[in-house]
Ligand binder design. Structure first.
Ligand code: PEP
Ligand code: CO
Length: 451
Protein backbone atom coordinates (compact mmCIF):
# COMPACT_ATOMS: atom_id res chain seq x y z
CA UNK A 1 0.00 0.00 0.00
CA UNK A 2 1.69 3.22 -1.17
CA UNK A 3 1.67 6.40 0.90
CA UNK A 4 1.94 8.81 -2.02
CA UNK A 5 -1.12 10.96 -2.72
CA UNK A 6 -2.18 11.91 -6.25
CA UNK A 7 -0.96 15.53 -6.04
CA UNK A 8 2.44 14.68 -4.58
CA UNK A 9 5.64 14.83 -6.62
CA UNK A 10 9.32 14.96 -5.56
CA UNK A 11 9.28 18.73 -6.20
CA UNK A 12 5.90 19.60 -4.68
CA UNK A 13 7.60 20.61 -1.38
CA UNK A 14 8.62 23.80 -3.21
CA UNK A 15 5.11 25.20 -2.78
CA UNK A 16 5.45 25.11 1.05
CA UNK A 17 7.65 27.12 3.42
CA UNK A 18 10.94 25.25 3.91
CA UNK A 19 12.75 26.02 7.19
CA UNK A 20 16.52 25.74 7.63
CA UNK A 21 17.50 25.81 3.94
CA UNK A 22 20.84 27.42 2.99
CA UNK A 23 20.97 30.72 1.16
CA UNK A 24 22.63 29.37 -1.96
CA UNK A 25 24.55 32.03 -3.86
CA UNK A 26 23.37 30.77 -7.27
CA UNK A 27 19.97 29.24 -8.05
CA UNK A 28 21.24 28.08 -11.46
CA UNK A 29 24.13 26.15 -9.93
CA UNK A 30 21.78 24.47 -7.41
CA UNK A 31 19.50 23.40 -10.25
CA UNK A 32 22.46 22.07 -12.27
CA UNK A 33 23.66 20.01 -9.27
CA UNK A 34 20.15 18.72 -8.60
CA UNK A 35 19.83 17.59 -12.22
CA UNK A 36 23.24 15.92 -12.08
CA UNK A 37 22.35 14.07 -8.84
CA UNK A 38 19.00 13.05 -10.26
CA UNK A 39 20.82 11.22 -13.06
CA UNK A 40 23.15 9.30 -10.71
CA UNK A 41 22.47 5.81 -9.34
CA UNK A 42 20.38 5.48 -6.16
CA UNK A 43 22.35 4.80 -2.95
CA UNK A 44 19.84 2.31 -1.57
CA UNK A 45 17.07 0.25 -3.12
CA UNK A 46 13.36 0.51 -2.47
CA UNK A 47 13.24 -3.16 -1.49
CA UNK A 48 15.75 -2.51 1.29
CA UNK A 49 13.68 0.38 2.64
CA UNK A 50 10.67 -1.94 2.66
CA UNK A 51 12.65 -4.58 4.57
CA UNK A 52 13.55 -1.95 7.18
CA UNK A 53 9.87 -0.95 7.46
CA UNK A 54 9.08 -4.60 8.23
CA UNK A 55 11.82 -4.73 10.86
CA UNK A 56 10.47 -1.52 12.41
CA UNK A 57 6.94 -2.90 12.40
CA UNK A 58 8.29 -5.66 14.62
CA UNK A 59 9.83 -3.03 16.93
CA UNK A 60 6.48 -1.23 17.08
CA UNK A 61 4.79 -4.43 18.21
CA UNK A 62 7.28 -4.94 21.03
CA UNK A 63 9.19 -7.79 19.39
CA UNK A 64 12.49 -5.97 18.77
CA UNK A 65 14.51 -2.93 19.81
CA UNK A 66 15.91 -0.13 17.63
CA UNK A 67 19.45 1.12 18.04
CA UNK A 68 19.90 4.22 15.89
CA UNK A 69 23.24 5.89 16.40
CA UNK A 70 26.23 7.63 14.90
CA UNK A 71 27.86 11.01 14.49
CA UNK A 72 26.02 14.26 15.06
CA UNK A 73 27.37 15.24 11.66
CA UNK A 74 29.74 13.37 9.35
CA UNK A 75 32.84 15.13 8.08
CA UNK A 76 34.35 15.42 4.61
CA UNK A 77 37.80 15.19 6.23
CA UNK A 78 37.41 12.36 8.71
CA UNK A 79 36.76 9.83 5.97
CA UNK A 80 38.76 6.59 5.98
CA UNK A 81 38.30 2.84 6.15
CA UNK A 82 39.50 2.91 9.77
CA UNK A 83 37.02 5.59 10.81
CA UNK A 84 34.15 3.64 9.23
CA UNK A 85 35.29 0.35 10.78
CA UNK A 86 35.58 1.86 14.27
CA UNK A 87 32.05 3.29 14.03
CA UNK A 88 30.77 -0.10 13.01
CA UNK A 89 32.59 -1.88 15.84
CA UNK A 90 30.93 0.10 18.62
CA UNK A 91 27.54 -0.39 16.97
CA UNK A 92 28.12 -4.17 16.82
CA UNK A 93 29.30 -4.22 20.43
CA UNK A 94 26.29 -2.31 21.69
CA UNK A 95 23.96 -4.49 19.63
CA UNK A 96 25.57 -7.65 21.03
CA UNK A 97 25.09 -6.36 24.58
CA UNK A 98 21.47 -5.46 23.94
CA UNK A 99 20.58 -8.63 22.02
CA UNK A 100 22.21 -10.95 24.53
CA UNK A 101 21.27 -8.91 27.60
CA UNK A 102 17.62 -8.50 26.71
CA UNK A 103 17.20 -11.54 24.41
CA UNK A 104 15.50 -9.47 21.75
CA UNK A 105 16.49 -8.78 18.14
CA UNK A 106 18.13 -5.36 17.69
CA UNK A 107 17.48 -3.35 14.54
CA UNK A 108 20.69 -1.46 13.77
CA UNK A 109 20.41 1.89 12.00
CA UNK A 110 23.43 4.19 11.59
CA UNK A 111 23.46 7.96 11.42
CA UNK A 112 25.85 7.37 8.56
CA UNK A 113 26.43 7.62 4.80
CA UNK A 114 24.54 10.89 4.38
CA UNK A 115 24.39 12.69 7.75
CA UNK A 116 26.05 15.84 6.38
CA UNK A 117 23.58 18.68 7.01
CA UNK A 118 22.70 20.45 10.27
CA UNK A 119 19.80 22.64 11.35
CA UNK A 120 20.98 25.61 13.43
CA UNK A 121 19.28 27.54 16.21
CA UNK A 122 20.85 30.71 14.84
CA UNK A 123 21.73 31.43 11.18
CA UNK A 124 24.69 33.54 12.35
CA UNK A 125 27.60 32.90 14.65
CA UNK A 126 29.69 35.53 16.44
CA UNK A 127 33.42 35.18 15.80
CA UNK A 128 35.49 37.93 17.47
CA UNK A 129 33.52 41.05 16.67
CA UNK A 130 32.14 39.75 13.39
CA UNK A 131 28.93 37.86 12.66
CA UNK A 132 29.38 35.14 10.05
CA UNK A 133 26.96 32.49 8.73
CA UNK A 134 26.72 29.38 10.93
CA UNK A 135 28.24 26.06 9.87
CA UNK A 136 25.47 23.91 8.32
CA UNK A 137 27.36 20.69 7.64
CA UNK A 138 29.90 19.84 4.98
CA UNK A 139 27.26 19.25 2.33
CA UNK A 140 26.45 22.99 2.58
CA UNK A 141 29.51 24.97 3.75
CA UNK A 142 32.90 24.72 5.49
CA UNK A 143 33.36 24.54 9.26
CA UNK A 144 36.30 27.00 9.49
CA UNK A 145 35.25 30.17 11.32
CA UNK A 146 35.64 32.54 8.37
CA UNK A 147 33.08 34.26 6.16
CA UNK A 148 34.78 32.72 3.11
CA UNK A 149 34.49 29.12 4.40
CA UNK A 150 30.87 29.57 5.46
CA UNK A 151 29.62 30.50 1.99
CA UNK A 152 27.17 27.76 0.93
CA UNK A 153 28.40 25.89 -2.15
CA UNK A 154 25.93 23.61 -3.99
CA UNK A 155 28.78 21.51 -5.44
CA UNK A 156 29.26 20.14 -1.92
CA UNK A 157 26.09 18.09 -2.48
CA UNK A 158 27.98 16.12 -5.14
CA UNK A 159 30.85 15.41 -2.78
CA UNK A 160 28.35 14.38 -0.09
CA UNK A 161 26.74 11.94 -2.52
CA UNK A 162 30.08 10.38 -3.48
CA UNK A 163 31.25 10.08 0.12
CA UNK A 164 27.93 8.48 1.08
CA UNK A 165 28.33 5.97 -1.77
CA UNK A 166 31.88 5.06 -0.71
CA UNK A 167 30.89 4.79 2.96
CA UNK A 168 27.91 2.61 2.18
CA UNK A 169 30.04 0.40 -0.06
CA UNK A 170 32.48 -0.31 2.76
CA UNK A 171 29.70 -0.74 5.32
CA UNK A 172 28.07 -3.34 3.08
CA UNK A 173 31.40 -5.15 2.73
CA UNK A 174 32.04 -5.12 6.48
CA UNK A 175 28.54 -6.24 7.44
CA UNK A 176 28.10 -8.93 4.80
CA UNK A 177 31.69 -10.03 4.27
CA UNK A 178 32.74 -11.61 7.57
CA UNK A 179 33.67 -8.71 9.85
CA UNK A 180 30.25 -8.72 11.54
CA UNK A 181 30.27 -12.53 11.94
CA UNK A 182 29.26 -13.39 15.49
CA UNK A 183 32.42 -15.50 15.73
CA UNK A 184 34.30 -12.16 15.66
CA UNK A 185 32.51 -10.88 18.76
CA UNK A 186 35.82 -10.51 20.65
CA UNK A 187 37.45 -8.58 17.80
CA UNK A 188 35.03 -5.66 18.11
CA UNK A 189 36.43 -4.70 21.50
CA UNK A 190 39.04 -2.00 20.94
CA UNK A 191 42.18 -1.88 23.05
CA UNK A 192 41.32 1.35 24.85
CA UNK A 193 37.91 -0.09 25.66
CA UNK A 194 39.04 -3.59 26.66
CA UNK A 195 41.07 -2.26 29.59
CA UNK A 196 38.05 -0.50 31.19
CA UNK A 197 35.51 -2.13 33.54
CA UNK A 198 32.79 -2.15 30.87
CA UNK A 199 35.32 -3.48 28.35
CA UNK A 200 36.04 -6.41 30.67
CA UNK A 201 32.32 -6.92 31.20
CA UNK A 202 31.98 -7.04 27.43
CA UNK A 203 34.79 -9.63 27.17
CA UNK A 204 32.86 -11.82 29.57
CA UNK A 205 29.65 -11.46 27.57
CA UNK A 206 31.54 -12.19 24.33
CA UNK A 207 32.91 -15.39 25.88
CA UNK A 208 29.39 -16.43 26.87
CA UNK A 209 28.21 -15.86 23.30
CA UNK A 210 31.10 -18.00 22.03
CA UNK A 211 30.22 -20.74 24.48
CA UNK A 212 26.59 -20.63 23.33
CA UNK A 213 27.75 -20.99 19.71
CA UNK A 214 30.02 -23.92 20.62
CA UNK A 215 27.18 -25.50 22.58
CA UNK A 216 24.85 -25.34 19.59
CA UNK A 217 27.58 -26.76 17.33
CA UNK A 218 28.11 -29.58 19.84
CA UNK A 219 24.39 -30.33 19.68
CA UNK A 220 24.86 -31.00 15.99
CA UNK A 221 23.46 -27.74 14.60
CA UNK A 222 25.46 -26.72 11.54
CA UNK A 223 26.02 -23.05 12.25
CA UNK A 224 27.76 -22.45 8.93
CA UNK A 225 24.37 -22.49 7.23
CA UNK A 226 22.82 -19.81 9.44
CA UNK A 227 23.33 -16.45 7.67
CA UNK A 228 22.04 -14.49 10.71
CA UNK A 229 25.15 -15.56 12.59
CA UNK A 230 27.56 -14.43 9.90
CA UNK A 231 26.11 -11.18 8.57
CA UNK A 232 24.12 -8.30 9.95
CA UNK A 233 21.63 -5.86 8.48
CA UNK A 234 22.92 -2.39 9.17
CA UNK A 235 20.68 0.31 7.75
CA UNK A 236 21.54 3.92 6.93
CA UNK A 237 19.71 7.05 8.04
CA UNK A 238 20.15 10.80 8.20
CA UNK A 239 18.11 13.91 8.88
CA UNK A 240 16.25 14.72 5.67
CA UNK A 241 16.98 18.40 5.88
CA UNK A 242 18.35 19.58 2.56
CA UNK A 243 15.35 19.14 0.32
CA UNK A 244 17.09 19.78 -3.02
CA UNK A 245 19.34 16.81 -2.27
CA UNK A 246 16.50 14.56 -1.09
CA UNK A 247 14.38 15.48 -4.10
CA UNK A 248 17.24 14.59 -6.46
CA UNK A 249 17.68 11.13 -4.90
CA UNK A 250 13.96 10.31 -4.90
CA UNK A 251 13.07 7.67 -7.46
CA UNK A 252 10.11 5.59 -8.54
CA UNK A 253 10.56 1.93 -7.64
CA UNK A 254 10.48 -0.10 -10.84
CA UNK A 255 8.80 -3.00 -9.03
CA UNK A 256 5.87 -1.23 -7.37
CA UNK A 257 5.82 2.19 -9.05
CA UNK A 258 6.04 3.86 -5.62
CA UNK A 259 8.33 6.77 -4.70
CA UNK A 260 11.34 6.16 -2.43
CA UNK A 261 14.00 8.56 -1.25
CA UNK A 262 17.03 6.49 -2.21
CA UNK A 263 19.58 8.61 -0.31
CA UNK A 264 19.14 6.37 2.79
CA UNK A 265 16.97 3.57 4.12
CA UNK A 266 15.38 5.75 6.79
CA UNK A 267 15.07 9.55 6.95
CA UNK A 268 14.01 11.65 9.88
CA UNK A 269 12.53 15.12 10.21
CA UNK A 270 14.26 17.27 12.82
CA UNK A 271 12.79 19.21 15.73
CA UNK A 272 13.18 22.50 13.82
CA UNK A 273 11.54 21.37 10.59
CA UNK A 274 8.53 19.34 11.74
CA UNK A 275 5.88 22.04 11.04
CA UNK A 276 2.83 19.98 9.93
CA UNK A 277 2.17 22.35 7.00
CA UNK A 278 5.86 22.85 6.16
CA UNK A 279 7.93 21.59 3.25
CA UNK A 280 9.70 18.78 5.12
CA UNK A 281 6.51 17.09 6.30
CA UNK A 282 5.02 17.72 2.84
CA UNK A 283 7.97 16.06 1.16
CA UNK A 284 8.30 13.01 3.43
CA UNK A 285 4.53 12.41 3.42
CA UNK A 286 4.98 11.20 -0.15
CA UNK A 287 8.04 8.95 0.01
CA UNK A 288 7.54 5.36 1.07
CA UNK A 289 10.67 4.91 3.25
CA UNK A 290 10.26 4.53 7.00
CA UNK A 291 10.22 8.08 8.41
CA UNK A 292 11.18 9.42 11.83
CA UNK A 293 10.14 12.70 13.48
CA UNK A 294 11.85 14.33 16.45
CA UNK A 295 9.55 15.61 19.19
CA UNK A 296 11.06 18.11 21.62
CA UNK A 297 9.73 19.69 24.84
CA UNK A 298 7.35 22.07 23.04
CA UNK A 299 5.55 19.25 21.19
CA UNK A 300 1.91 18.82 22.24
CA UNK A 301 -0.23 15.67 21.99
CA UNK A 302 -2.26 17.45 19.28
CA UNK A 303 0.87 18.12 17.22
CA UNK A 304 1.98 14.52 17.58
CA UNK A 305 -1.42 13.33 16.33
CA UNK A 306 -1.36 15.78 13.43
CA UNK A 307 2.06 14.48 12.38
CA UNK A 308 0.76 10.91 12.56
CA UNK A 309 -2.19 11.85 10.34
CA UNK A 310 -0.04 13.65 7.79
CA UNK A 311 2.80 11.16 7.63
CA UNK A 312 0.90 7.93 8.16
CA UNK A 313 -2.78 8.41 7.26
CA UNK A 314 -3.06 4.73 6.33
CA UNK A 315 -1.67 3.66 9.71
CA UNK A 316 0.96 1.36 8.29
CA UNK A 317 3.06 -0.45 10.91
CA UNK A 318 6.75 0.44 10.70
CA UNK A 319 6.11 3.57 8.66
CA UNK A 320 6.47 6.17 11.42
CA UNK A 321 8.95 6.44 14.28
CA UNK A 322 8.48 9.20 16.87
CA UNK A 323 11.83 10.13 18.39
CA UNK A 324 11.18 11.95 21.66
CA UNK A 325 13.85 14.26 23.16
CA UNK A 326 12.36 15.95 26.21
CA UNK A 327 15.34 16.30 28.55
CA UNK A 328 16.04 14.21 31.63
CA UNK A 329 14.28 16.62 33.96
CA UNK A 330 10.99 16.87 32.09
CA UNK A 331 10.62 13.57 30.28
CA UNK A 332 8.31 12.08 32.87
CA UNK A 333 6.08 15.16 32.79
CA UNK A 334 5.98 15.76 29.01
CA UNK A 335 5.99 12.28 27.51
CA UNK A 336 2.96 10.51 29.13
CA UNK A 337 0.25 12.78 27.62
CA UNK A 338 1.74 12.26 24.14
CA UNK A 339 1.96 8.49 24.61
CA UNK A 340 -1.64 8.34 25.78
CA UNK A 341 -2.98 10.46 22.91
CA UNK A 342 -1.20 8.41 20.24
CA UNK A 343 -2.18 5.12 21.84
CA UNK A 344 -5.84 6.16 22.14
CA UNK A 345 -5.85 7.24 18.48
CA UNK A 346 -4.55 3.75 17.64
CA UNK A 347 -1.67 5.13 15.62
CA UNK A 348 0.93 2.38 15.16
CA UNK A 349 4.18 4.22 15.90
CA UNK A 350 7.64 3.12 16.95
CA UNK A 351 8.67 5.03 20.09
CA UNK A 352 12.31 5.98 20.36
CA UNK A 353 14.21 8.03 22.95
CA UNK A 354 16.86 10.55 21.86
CA UNK A 355 18.48 11.30 25.23
CA UNK A 356 21.06 13.61 23.64
CA UNK A 357 19.51 16.75 22.18
CA UNK A 358 17.59 18.15 25.14
CA UNK A 359 20.44 17.52 27.61
CA UNK A 360 23.08 19.85 26.18
CA UNK A 361 24.73 22.60 28.17
CA UNK A 362 27.82 24.78 27.83
CA UNK A 363 30.72 24.01 30.17
CA UNK A 364 32.60 26.75 32.00
CA UNK A 365 35.32 26.48 29.34
CA UNK A 366 32.73 27.20 26.65
CA UNK A 367 32.39 23.63 25.31
CA UNK A 368 28.98 22.27 24.32
CA UNK A 369 28.63 19.07 26.35
CA UNK A 370 26.26 16.52 27.90
CA UNK A 371 26.52 14.53 31.10
CA UNK A 372 26.28 10.73 30.98
CA UNK A 373 23.93 10.75 34.01
CA UNK A 374 21.46 13.03 32.24
CA UNK A 375 21.56 10.85 29.13
CA UNK A 376 20.88 7.77 31.22
CA UNK A 377 18.29 9.72 33.24
CA UNK A 378 16.24 10.55 30.17
CA UNK A 379 16.31 6.91 29.05
CA UNK A 380 15.13 5.81 32.51
CA UNK A 381 12.31 8.39 32.38
CA UNK A 382 11.39 7.16 28.90
CA UNK A 383 11.13 3.54 30.10
CA UNK A 384 9.12 4.61 33.15
CA UNK A 385 6.69 6.69 31.07
CA UNK A 386 6.12 3.77 28.68
CA UNK A 387 5.59 1.34 31.52
CA UNK A 388 2.93 3.67 32.91
CA UNK A 389 1.22 4.18 29.52
CA UNK A 390 1.36 0.51 28.57
CA UNK A 391 3.34 1.27 25.40
CA UNK A 392 6.58 -0.30 24.18
CA UNK A 393 9.83 1.67 24.65
CA UNK A 394 11.07 0.71 21.20
CA UNK A 395 14.58 2.06 21.03
CA UNK A 396 17.21 4.73 21.47
CA UNK A 397 18.71 7.33 19.15
CA UNK A 398 22.26 8.27 20.14
CA UNK A 399 25.22 10.37 19.06
CA UNK A 400 28.38 8.33 19.58
CA UNK A 401 31.76 7.59 18.11
CA UNK A 402 34.12 4.61 18.23
CA UNK A 403 36.95 6.99 19.10
CA UNK A 404 38.45 7.84 22.44
CA UNK A 405 37.09 11.39 22.57
CA UNK A 406 36.30 13.61 25.56
CA UNK A 407 33.09 15.36 24.53
CA UNK A 408 30.50 14.09 27.04
CA UNK A 409 31.05 14.24 30.80
CA UNK A 410 30.81 11.40 33.31
CA UNK A 411 30.41 7.68 32.69
CA UNK A 412 32.27 5.09 34.68
CA UNK A 413 35.65 6.65 33.76
CA UNK A 414 34.12 9.98 34.89
CA UNK A 415 35.23 12.52 32.25
CA UNK A 416 35.60 15.92 33.95
CA UNK A 417 34.99 19.43 32.59
CA UNK A 418 38.73 20.15 32.69
CA UNK A 419 39.33 17.19 30.33
CA UNK A 420 36.89 18.29 27.61
CA UNK A 421 39.56 20.17 25.66
CA UNK A 422 41.97 17.25 25.46
CA UNK A 423 40.17 15.25 22.73
CA UNK A 424 37.11 17.24 21.62
CA UNK A 425 36.80 16.32 17.93
CA UNK A 426 33.10 16.78 17.06
CA UNK A 427 32.21 19.32 14.39
CA UNK A 428 28.84 19.82 16.05
CA UNK A 429 27.26 18.13 19.09
CA UNK A 430 29.24 16.19 21.75
CA UNK A 431 29.25 12.40 21.26
CA UNK A 432 29.50 9.54 23.72
CA UNK A 433 32.89 7.85 23.36
CA UNK A 434 33.20 4.08 22.90
CA UNK A 435 33.48 3.33 26.64
CA UNK A 436 30.53 5.56 27.55
CA UNK A 437 28.49 3.96 24.74
CA UNK A 438 29.22 0.45 25.93
CA UNK A 439 28.47 1.47 29.50
CA UNK A 440 25.13 2.85 28.32
CA UNK A 441 24.34 -0.36 26.39
CA UNK A 442 24.71 -2.43 29.59
CA UNK A 443 22.39 -0.05 31.47
CA UNK A 444 19.80 -0.11 28.68
CA UNK A 445 19.89 -3.91 28.58
CA UNK A 446 19.06 -3.91 32.30
CA UNK A 447 16.15 -1.51 31.73
CA UNK A 448 14.89 -3.69 28.88
CA UNK A 449 14.95 -6.78 31.05
CA UNK A 450 12.77 -5.05 33.61
CA UNK A 451 10.43 -3.72 30.89
C1 PEP B 1 20.28 15.93 15.55
O1 PEP B 1 19.74 14.82 15.59
O2 PEP B 1 21.50 16.06 15.35
C2 PEP B 1 19.45 17.14 15.78
C3 PEP B 1 19.81 18.32 15.35
O3 PEP B 1 18.37 16.85 16.52
P1 PEP B 1 17.04 17.71 16.81
O4 PEP B 1 16.39 17.96 15.48
O5 PEP B 1 16.26 16.79 17.68
O6 PEP B 1 17.46 18.97 17.51
CO1 CO C 1 23.21 16.44 17.14
Amino acid sequence: MAVTGSTWSPSSWRTYAAAQQPEWPSAERVEAVRAQLAAMPPLVFAGEARALSEALAKVGEGGAFLLQAGDCVESFYEFSAIAIREKLKIMLQMAAVLTYGATLPVVKVGRIAGQFVKPRSSPLERVGDEEIPSFRGHMVNGDAPTREARRPDPDRMLQGYHQSAATLNLVRAFTKGGFADLNQVHMWNQEFVASSPQGRRYEQLASEIERALRFMAACGIDLRDEPQLHQVDYWTSHEGLLLEYEEALTRRDSLTGDWYDCSAHMLWIGERTRQPDGAHVGFFAGVNNPIGVKLGPTATPEEALELCERLNPQRLSGRLTLITRMGSERVFELLPPILRAVREAEQPVVWVCDPMHANVFTSSSGRKTRHFDRVLGEIEGFFAAHRQAGTWPGGVHLEFTGDDVTECLGGSEDVQEAQLDSRYMSLCDPRLNARQSLDLAFRIAELMRSA
